[in-house]
Write a protein that binds this ligand. Structure first.
Ligand code: 5RP
Length: 218
């Protein structure tokens, strides 16, 4: 199966976590696009979705799915989103699509985070995928120096301005063996809006698309 077919498979598999009549959280990316398409054609009637990006909002609206503002919702049963990497503990790197801040906000509203990913995303330790960090533009150079002091290299993602009018640093050369401690540390640096390590908001369940079908990691 191609990577695209695996994404379709897990997008469909995620429908089992959607309770009719509820409001759900919806992430961002090509795998989530498959989920949105599957939801739209499933006939499952939901009360609406809280979206983590302009991209997903537009896709859902175009398919007739009601999108609600995050600040109008007190809690979500489930948040469904992809990942750039996920380890065996459900810790993730996210933000390849530059939507990490809103993704973490919506994940924070949800009781359950269901990650949908093809098997190429499963790793033993996070860090091979360049870590996205959303930053206030005036702090970018100082934050890059802090990563350099860790032996890593941070580069500004050219031409990208986030939905929150900020910039993205992509950080190469990290091996993140203690994701929660790493996330906590980087979050405290002045000018960091969001670090793309999702350890506090790690996946409760991962639906992993493999050549032999969908594997559920919990
Ligand atoms: C966007 C994300 C995405 O979930 C991540 O980049 C995975 O994307 P895709 O499903 O296209 O591989 O974090 O900010």
């Amino acid at each position: 199966m191609t990577q695209d077919e695996l994404k379709t498979l897990v997008g469909q598999a995620a429908l089992q976590y959607v309770q009719p009549g509820t409001v759900i959280g919806v992430g961002t990316g090509s795998t989530v696009d498959k989920f949105i398409d599957a939801l739209a054609s499933s006939g499952i009637q939901i009360a609406g979705a809280v979206s983590s990006s302009v991209r997903s909002t537009e896709r859902m609206k175009s398919l007739g799915i009601a999108v609600l503002d995050a600040d109008k919702v007190t809690a979500l049963g489930v948040y469904i989103d992809g990942a750039d990497e996920i380890d065996h503990g459900g810790n993730m790197i996210k933000g390849g699509g530059a939507a990490l801040t809103r993704e973490k906000i919506v994940a924070d509203l949800a009781t359950q985070f269901v990650c949908i990913a093809d098997e190429s995303k499963l790793v033993d330790a996070l860090g091979k995928f360049p870590l996205p960090v959303e930053v206030i533009p005036m702090a970018a150079a100082q934050i890059a120096r802090r990563f350099a002091a860790m032996g890593a290299e941070a580069t500004l993602r050219a031409g990208v301005v986030t939905d929150n009018s900020c910039h993205i640093l992509d950080v190469r050369g990290l091996t993140i063996t203690a994701p929660l401690a790493f996330e906590t540390e980087v979050n405290q640096w002045p000018g960091v809006v969001t670090v793309g390590v999702f350890a506090r908001h790690r996946a409760s369940v991962c639906l992993l698309g493999t050549a032999s079908g969908v594997k559920t990691l919990a």
